[in-house]
Design a protein around this ligand. Structure first.
Ligand SMILES: Cc1ncc(COP(=O)(O)O)c(C=O)c1O
Length: 425
């Protein structure tokens, strides 16, 4: 039972302290109990909690939308709020479909995604997810649209190819998938710029997303960047795709947007897309009751201010420090295959054999053991599995609050050392 949160720590009902080095699931970007955000939420609750968007807009909604649009590379981007990541992706799909309908191409409905991906728990979002075990129970009611390989060089780059060659090889799968489905039937391609939970923080190789953008443009297919986990500053720039030299047509965010203080997500759309939909009779045929909720948006605005007050600028440097400490402590550990990441978003992949990169067997239940050992050590981190084939493969995801300092990375390494000693005996 969690009863209190303060800065980098959570406390349970017995008073045990947990160092939060994953912000739950990359949510708590400012840590816990941040006074500015708490005050903003309290003030807004006292002033105006809710006024339905069918009748009104509200100040925090407008301010947050302006801030998100300003951070987007292209002028005139439009913003739509939701209550979380799944709703954001679900909404992005509807925007894509209605865009093509408005352009007189209603048959463009297929959404291509990547294997081993996760885009959310609602039906549309699960349909575009490649995560094997998250799909399995619902497979009969899901769409089975094409899925291409992820860009995951540590496991899949050949010895005789460069990173760029590898990136082009896997991006070419998109070209092939679009041709097979028929470009006239494909609405969009969706991918996480930096893959989070399913592979354990995998940044793309240089040039991969530029090639993806080129292929999407060539075939008139929209590119949706799912930045629910990797966006909102987590990778060192507010939008993760900023580091890939591309402008997506739609970007979805959540998690760090509300930092755990409020449930909120958003879609940022290029102007041209919104203009086309506005001309479709009746406009955008979609909505949720809590769109642009005033308290949620007020929390978001307070977080944006903290990011602008220097926190966002510190993410890359702190992330490099964290990875250096992890590398020094565990770079040669017999069960550690790879330590990787971008900004304050890092992954450690575990292997049974460092030379062949062979994973541990499923029976060894490494992710479950890591989670137990972490809770025992008073550490919140995010272990996961499936990076090899959707089932095999074990990793640990780290996404500490941006207020973390060197001392927290050192404590993290101490706790991981004890965990690894108990799990990999
Ligand atoms: C990349 C990605 N997209 C979408 C989602 C779904 O977001 P939510 O759980 O807020 O609905 C998640 C959640 O972990 C995610 O990691």
């Amino acid at each position: 039972m969690a009863v209190r949160g303060e800065g980098m720590h959570l406390y349970d009902a017995e008073g045990k302290e947990y160092l939060d080095m994953s912000g739950g699931a990359a949510v708590s970007c400012l840590g816990h109990g941040h006074p500015d955000v708490v005050r903003a939420v309290q003030d807004q609750a006292g002033k105006l909690a809710f006024a339905h968007t069918a009748f009104f807009t509200n100040e925090p909604q407008e301010e947050l939308a302006d801030s998100l649009a300003r951070r987007f590379e292209e002028d005139g981007a439009r913003v739509w709020f939701t209550s979380g990541g799944s709703e954001s992706n679900e909404t992005a799909l509807k925007i894509a479909w209605q865009y093509w309908r408005a352009r007189g191409q209603s048959e463009k409905t297929i959404i291509i995604s990547r294997q081993f991906s996760y885009h959310g728990g609602t039906l549309g979002a699960t349909s575009i997810s490649g995560s094997v075990f998250r799909r399995a129970p619902y497979e009969r009611v899901l769409h089975d649209w094409p899925r291409i390989s992820p860009c995951y060089s540590w496991r899949h780059q050949y010895d005789d190819e460069t990173e760029r060659q590898y990136g082009h090889r896997v991006a070419a799968e998109l070209d092939e998938a679009i041709r097979l489905a028929g470009a006239e039937n494909v609405a969009a391609f969706i991918a996480e710029p930096v893959v989070g939970a399913t592979l354990g923080v995998v940044p793309p190789v240089p040039g991969y997303f530029e090639e993806i953008r080129r292929i999407c443009d060539e075939h008139h297919v929209l590119f949706i960047a799912d930045e629910v986990m990797c966006g909102s500053g987590r990778c060192g720039t507010f939008y993760a795709h900023d580091q890939e030299n591309v402008v997506p047509d739609l970007v979805t965010i959540a998690k760090g947007l509300g930092g755990g203080y409020q449930p909120i997500g958003a879609i940022i759309a290029r102007r041209e897309i919104c203009d086309a939909i506005a001309e479709d009779p009746g406009g955008f045929a979609h909505g949720h009751t809590y769109i642009g909720h005033a308290i949620s948006c007020a929390a978001g605005v307070a977080i944006q201010k903290c990011l602008d007050d220097g926190l966002l600028g510190s993410v890359s440097e702190k992330g490099a420090m964290m990875r250096k400490i992890l590398q020094e402590r565990f770079g040669e550990h017999p069960a550690v295959g790879d330590i990787r990441g971008r900004g304050l978003f890092a992954g450690i992949e575990f292997v049974a054999d460092r030379h062949t990169k062979a994973p541990f067997s499923l029976e060894e239940r490494i992710p479950a053991k890591l989670k137990c050992a972490a809770m025992e050590q008073g550490l919140i981190c995010y272990p996961g599995g499936g990076s090899v084939d959707g089932k095999l493969g074990a990793h640990l995801l780290l996404a500490p609050p941006f207020i973390a300092e060197e001392i927290h990375f050192t404590r993290l390494a101490d706790k991981l050392g004890k965990m690894f000693a108990s799990v990999f005996t």
